[in-house]
Design a binder for this molecule. Structure first.
Ligand code: HEC
Ligand code: HEC
Ligand code: HEC
Ligand code: HEC
Ligand code: HEC
Ligand code: HEC
Length: 258
């Protein structure tokens, strides 16, 4: 009899915790220190200023939104070796003119080159892109609640944008790997996060995540929790500044109540 009694207490406890989740979800959002979100046309903009200022030229604005509409992350962060961080890649004007880094495309053929008259297009000196240009670009694309407010996944799946998988091999395609993982949270009453490989592989190479960011075995990555994600680790490598931001709880926890 006592076993049945305690089981009921246990089940009831779980129901109460389930109801509490709505509150906890909202509270958690307030409890964690979320970085402020820039305007949609500024989300994902990077201001590169490693060498420019000391060499008396304005810093460089790199907008992700206009580039990712044409190229997958893989092109720049795997084929061309740009880091997933600001001012970490050792880009110099000489390397650019030698056809590396920005110059892999900005060669006067694929995109405007490193010639007089174009300097200011990159060295524009501030972190904002033209809101009107962005508005025209984003209007026909499916909407999302945060970040650029564009649902990039649907835009690509529906063929509204064509982000090249490779810069060098036109016939190269993402690996067919559609394993979807349910990442159970450490807090027992929290609905799990899910990780869909198939939503990432059109944009990224396996080597963008494995083994540097995640182990290749489910639930073996250490300290894989929101606290670390918010510090820019794990999912936070991309989902703080370029991919849809952490504010979009439902993007990763579909059963969360906000
Ligand atoms: C396609 C974009 C692009 C264009 C066009 C461009 N640059 Fe740069 N340039 C960069 C980037 C990125 C850096 C690295 C900036 C940094 O880390 O502060 C850079 C760095 C520099 C530096 C810093 C010192 C060095 O050698 O790295 C100078 C000076 C410079 N550029 C001059 C120019 C001039 C002059 C022009 C026009 C003739 C020009 N750039 C055109 C992207 C560009
Ligand atoms: C055309 C090239 C290009 C494409 C495409 C691209 N990136 Fe980047 N990304 C860069 C450059 C350049 C930087 C700055 C590197 C540096 O300063 O060392 C950067 C930086 C980043 C950062 C660090 C941002 C920060 O605020 O510190 C993240 C995260 C990132 N990229 C993610 C992505 C993701 C995710 C995609 C695909 C959706 C993507 N990038 C597509 C070129 C690109
Ligand atoms: C994989 C190719 C590729 C790489 C790498 C690349 N760009 Fe571009 N970029 C383009 C293309 C294509 C365009 C649009 C065509 C044009 O305007 O000539 C463009 C346009 C731009 C524009 C115009 C503004 C806009 O939003 O359209 C800026 C500024 C720019 N790039 C900066 C950079 C800087 C800075 C780097 C390096 C840190 C870089 N790009 C690396 C392909 C690339
Ligand atoms: C980019 C994906 C992503 C987004 C967006 C996201 N989370 Fe998470 N969250 C995770 C992952 C992954 C875990 C860890 C799961 C595990 O422990 O395996 C997690 C864990 C949690 C936990 C359990 C405690 C912990 O730190 O492990 C809570 C509570 C939580 N998230 C709440 C939220 C709330 C509230 C939001 C929106 C404000 C949110 N999450 C947005 C991916 C995300
Ligand atoms: C955006 C990041 C990302 C990319 C890209 C990625 N993975 Fe993963 N992968 C993960 C995460 C997160 C896990 C779970 C790790 C954990 O729970 O510790 C995982 C787990 C795995 C697992 C273990 C699955 C299981 O059920 O235990 C395999 C196998 C795997 N990935 C293969 C691949 C292959 C092959 C590719 C390229 C086609 C790839 N991954 C691309 C993030 C990624
Ligand atoms: C290396 C960069 C990177 C990392 C790390 C990463 N993601 Fe993503 N993720 C993306 C990009 C790019 C997209 C495409 C959508 C976008 O840009 O907003 C995406 C899309 C998704 C989607 C699809 C949403 C939809 O409805 O289409 C989910 C869910 C997701 N990520 C969860 C996660 C979780 C959970 C983690 C950590 C375990 C994670 N991601 C780690 C880059 C990344």
């Amino acid at each position: 009899m006592t076993t049945i009694g305690s089981r009921w207490v246990w089940i009831l406890g779980w129901c109460v915790l389930g109801l509490l989740w709505a509150e906890t979800g909202a509270a958690a959002g307030k409890y964690w220190d979320f970085p402020p979100l820039p305007a949609p046309h500024e989300y994902g903009n990077v201001l590169i200023s490693r060498t420019s200022v000391e060499n008396k030229i304005k810093p460089v604005l790199f907008p992700h939104w206009s580039h990712r509409a044409k190229f997958s992350c893989r092109v720049c962060h795997f084929e061309l070796d740009f880091a997933f961080a600001t001012n970490k890649t050792e880009i110099t004007e000489a390397e650019n003119r030698n056809g590396l880094y920005c110059g892999s495309c900005h060669d006067g053929v694929r995109a405007f080159g490193h010639t007089e008259g174009n300097c200011e297009r990159c060295h524009s000196g501030y972190g904002s892109t033209d809101a009107e240009k962005f508005e025209v670009f984003s209007r026909p694309l499916p909407a999302a609640p945060f970040g650029n407010k564009i649902h990039w996944g649907y835009a690509l799946e529906d063929g509204l944008i064509r982000s090249a998988y490779s810069l060098f091999h036109a016939d190269e395609k993402p690996m067919d790997f559609d394993r979807e993982l349910e990442l159970q949270a450490e807090w027992t009453y929290v609905p799990p996060a899910y990780f869909p490989h198939a939503k990432h592989t059109p944009w990224l190479d396996c080597a963008n995540c494995h083994p540097d960011i995640f182990n290749v075995k489910k639930k073996t990555t250490q300290h894989f929790s929101m606290e670390y994600i918010l510090e820019g680790k794990f999912c936070g490598v991309c989902h703080l500044r370029v991919a849809f931001p952490l504010d979009d709880c439902k993007g990763c926890h579909p059963r969360i109540s906000r």
